[in-house]
Design a protein around this ligand. Structure first.
Ligand code: 13P
Length: 269
């Protein structure tokens, strides 16, 4: 992590928790977060659509230090798209971050790079910030194709954004082989990928954008490996799946991020 980029710890709840369970989770999480120094660490929660309104009410009502997130959205603002949710609706609920191009949606919902491009534009059009997921499969990594895959996914996304949008973008490096497997990337692998992502951004949008884009790591991140994963220069936070479903465990991850920021501060002073 870099002193000038605010760390982001994002919880992707995927298809977990009813709205009542979601309310309990954010209340417990909020209670734990209130004791922490969150000046340099931001926390976001990405519940399923059915829980966003409930979570928003608790976050607003109790003034909790949690940014509201969504897991996807449609690329049009309105229309005949049965079952879809519009970015306008999310923005109206106070959603700040929208996960875009998660590998589960790419694999299971046919989300192509072209669809991801349209969604990125929709998220920015509605004044929210995408958390763009990129990452290679195990087979691609074994064949040495990690950077090629990251370049393709990122290059396609960056092609439709302007420099100002890119500077505020959050990119999550989520190697598919690490998602939900208990096998996280090493610090070295995560840092190499994050640094490569930053170099692709630099090539497309210049050094200033590359310096301000935040790059998260996601894939079996837990309270046990968070300190290690946050120990380098280029990883600016974590996108957490399974370990974000338990508020105490997720709070411990945030605590590790707060400690990492402190250590970084004392190392650079
Ligand atoms: P896990 O933390 O459960 O591996 O999930 C990672 C992920 O996909 C977050 O978006």
């Amino acid at each position: 992590m870099h002193p000038e980029r605010k760390v982001l710890v994002a919880g992707n709840w995927k298809m977990h928790h009813t709205h009542l369970e979601a309310i309990r989770l954010v209340q417990t999480l909020g209670f734990a977060l209130e004791r922490m120094d969150l000046r340099h660490v931001e926390v976001s929660a990405h519940p399923p659509f059915t829980s966003i309104r409930s979570v928003q009410t608790v976050v607003d009502g109790d003034d909790l230090p949690i940014s509201l997130g969504a897991q996807t959205c449609h690329f049009e603002d309105l229309g005949a798209f049965t079952g879809e949710v519009s970015p306008v609706m999310l923005a109206k609920l106070g959603v700040r971050y929208v996960i875009t191009g998660h590998s589960e949606r790419r694999a299971m919902c046919g989300e192509t790079d072209e669809i991801v491009q349209a969604k990125l534009k929709a998220v920015y059009r509605n004044h929210m910030v995408p958390v763009l997921c990129v990452g290679e499969s195990g087979a691609e990594r074994a064949r040495g194709l990690t950077e090629e895959r990251l370049s393709e996914q990122l290059g396609s996304a960056l092609a439709v954004l302007n420099a100002e949008q890119i500077a505020s973008l959050v990119v999550a490096y989520e190697p598919i082989w690490a998602i939900g497997t208990g096998e996280n990337a090493s610090l070295k692998d995560a840092e190499e990928a994050a640094s490569f992502i930053r170099s692709v951004v630099a090539g497309n949008a210049g050094a200033a954008a590359a310096g301000s884009v935040r790059v998260l790591y996601g894939g079996s991140a837990t309270d046990e490996n968070a300190a290690e994963l946050l120990g380098g220069d280029d990883v600016d936070g974590l996108l957490v799946g399974g370990a974000s479903l338990d508020p105490d465990r997720f709070a411990r991850i945030v605590e590790r991020a707060v400690e990492a920021v402190k250590e970084r501060g004392s190392a650079s002073s």
